[in-house]
Design a protein around this ligand. Sequence first.
Ligand SMILES: *Cc1c(COP(=O)(O)O)cnc(C)c1O
Length: 376
Amino acid sequence: MSISSFNPPRRTLMGPGPSDISPQVLQALSKPTIGHLDPLFVNMMDEVKSLLQYAFQTKNEITMAVSAPGSAGMETCFVNLVEPGEKVIVCINGVFGARMKENVERVGGIAITVDGEWGRAVSPSQLEDTLKQHSDAKFVAFVHAETSTGALSDAQTLCAIAKQYGCITIVDAVTSLGGVELRVDDWQIDAIYSGSQKCLSCVPGLSPVSFSPSAVDKIKSRTTKVQSWFLDQTLVMDYWANNSGGKRSYHHTAPVNSLYALHESLLHLYREGLETAWARHADQHQALAQGLADLGIEFIVPEAERLPQLNAVYIPEGVDDVAVRSYLLNEFNLEIGAGLGAFAGKAWRIGLMGYSAKSENVLLCIAALKQALNKR
Ligand SMILES: *Cc1c(COP(=O)(O)O)cnc(C)c1O
């Protein structure tokens, strides 16, 4: 066996995640590991909580990072909130909405789907029609930024409708957090999850989540045990709640160095300011869209419903999907995303997430694509 150290090349990451990570965040990872119950670490975790409350625009006491990727944040929401036999309205307009349905069914809930068109935002009127037919539904779940299609849904409106029908709202903000406007408290979002490796530009493997007081009440009033021991929030709430006695007990070993990195990336977002970060994503998206239009490449999503941080475009007629992506990777160290689900082989997904949303990346991507398309 001859195995040597792994030395990855420096790529430019313009896919659906992970995104580019800044040198400072990478440096944070290599700082000395300390115990996860060390008072200094506990103090840093309090700062992570405050920074997450800022990023989510919430005062929710239960705001934390689950020690696993975005998919675990999704599972945390469903496994804690939904009890067997409860009805959940799930809006599906792409791959991640379909995963929400899978989660509902696996915890014994009843999923009522609002089936939308792929590449379009979730339709508020379709949601309202479904709520009228299912007055016993307890939850409404949807994906704010559908990374599989590049569509942005109107979370504020969808939550307002859900609230009129007395539902608890569950929102996937894996790709939206830090990239587009998102206001958890103002928009009446009860349970939300995100991921570290998209617009937060941190390493993969952490999932910020936040629960409103009504979501916490729902969890506390459960009559059945949460199926998952690891994701059971009733066991970790004490760790995160502000019990000034500082009673933090062992549940699992926190991924210490990854949390240093999250702290650093959230600090960058805080220093830049949310509004400025949202505007930067929008500006870079405009520049990319102009460059793509010049190359004759068309967007899948209508302009008003497009995600700035995830640009889903049709692969031009006669162009070899895999050949172009390999060319970009090998010649330019540039990664763009393939199509997912219904769009596999038909679309590219060009990410402008977090630290990746900058002019030099836009210019590189357009120049590299131009060369790749001319080559065929
Ligand atoms: C990436 C993504 C997820 C899953 O996150 P992982 O970190 O890959 O587990 C869930 N929902 C959406 C919308 C995503 O883009």
